[in-house]
Design a protein around this ligand. Structure first.
Ligand SMILES: Nc1nc2c(c(=O)[nH]1)N[C@H]1C(S)=C(S)[C@@H](COP(=O)(O)O)O[C@H]1N2
Ligand SMILES: [Mo]
Length: 250
């Protein structure tokens, strides 16, 4: 596997430096001032780390509180589609998994009443919707794409998911994983996408399933999804574990 895009410890340090610069520019705060505010002595990397994680958790709570479950992300026209649509993953394009649609089964686990696995044909038989929305990646690009599939709320209701649970998590064919808050999962534009940008037959944008969430940053939109689970324990995610903010609304 290509390791070039895997973040290193040095990379994480750089990120800490970036965060400190941002704190300083935006709030006139330094790590020193932050230690006064947090009451922690930020004298070593571990303490800085803990304080930054605490701020990120605080940030999650603020974003969750501010999230409006009825506010729609902007939609676009066919003429505004970005072509070709950019590909992204934590590895290079040639390594994207190719899932066999005929034998594919979507697995369900956790707080879901009917855990029966789903074929693609069964998912196609559910009500379908399409959307043209903008995907925003933390790496500094965004693109307008068209996705089609089952409104995720419809799917969660259909399988008897516990809609009062806190989190929905996703496992993927490439070992990626991520998770979202239940209000975002139930948002009217969140889609269990079966149709993707790109040419017919092109699989790299997430075939057979991508959870498309236009109210969240690109990395919270899992591709090649193989399993969906509902839980009250925050499952984190691939990038979240490496320091990206968990809620990451866009
Ligand atoms: N399974 C899986 N899903 C993933 C990723 C990944 O590496 N693996 N990368 C994420 C990131 S960072 C982005 S920006 C989008 C990119 O989706 P695209 O290739 O359709 O543009 O997928 C997200 N979902
Ligand atoms: Mo991304």
């Amino acid at each position: 596997m290509d390791t070039r895009k895997r973040p290193s410890l040095a990379g994480f340090r750089t990120q800490v430096e970036r965060i400190e610069r941002r704190l300083f520019l935006k709030q006139g705060l330094s790590l020193g001032a932050m230690s006064l505010l947090t009451g922690c002595t930020l004298k070593d990397d571990d303490a800085v780390d803990r304080a930054l994680w605490a701020m990120s958790r605080w940030n999650d709570r603020v974003q969750a509180a501010l999230f409006n479950p009825d506010k729609l992300a902007p939609t676009y026209s066919e003429a505004e589609l970005t072509t070709p649509f950019p590909f992204n993953a934590y590895y290079e394009e040639a390594l994207a998994p190719v899932v066999d649609g005929a034998s594919y089964r979507l697995a369900l686990s956790g707080r879901i009443a009917d855990k029966r696995a789903w074929t693609l044909a069964e998912l196609r038989a559910l009500p379908q919707a399409t959307q043209i929305t903008r995907q925003v990646c933390v790496e500094g690009w965004s693109a307008v794409g068209k996705w089609g599939g089952v409104p995720f709320r419809t799917f969660l209701e259909r399988v008897g998911a516990d809609l009062t649970a806190k989190y929905v998590g996703f496992h993927c064919a490439d070992k990626y994983w991520t998770s979202i808050d239940m209000p975002s999962a139930l948002h009217p534009q969140t889609l269990l996408a079966l149709d993707f940008p790109g040419r017919p037959g092109e699989t790299k944008y997430g075939y057979p399933i991508k959870i498309r969430i236009p109210t969240k940053l690109g990395f919270k939109n899992p591709k090649f999804v193989t399993e969906i689970f509902v839980t009250n324990d925050n499952p984190g995610g691939y990038w979240e574990k490496l320091g990206y903010n968990w809620f990451s609304g866009s």
